[in-house]
Design a protein. Structure first.
Length: 73
């Protein structure tokens, strides 16, 4: 297992390893966030992490970001 998404900082590029919530995993898969490098755009302290892939930005809540594992690329 790698780091969790909530530890990513602005500008970090990473791939998502695992998403424990099946509904969130399905959404990320449909939006293309599970098949390549993702960029952290911003992180609000104790708040959401904003990620970007292929021009699509998505805010992921802090609680979920604490459970999504990633590895830096």
């Amino acid at each position: 297992m790698g780091n969790v998404l909530s530890n990513a900082g602005p500008g970090d590029e990473f791939e998502i390893d695992s998403v424990p919530d099946e509904t969130v995993r399905a959404k990320l898969l449909r939006l293309g966030f599970l098949d390549g490098a993702v960029e952290c755009r911003s992180r609000v302290r104790n708040g959401p992490v904003v990620v970007r892939r292929n021009g699509t930005e998505l805010a992921i809540g802090a609680a979920m970001a604490d459970r999504i594992t990633i590895h830096l690329t």
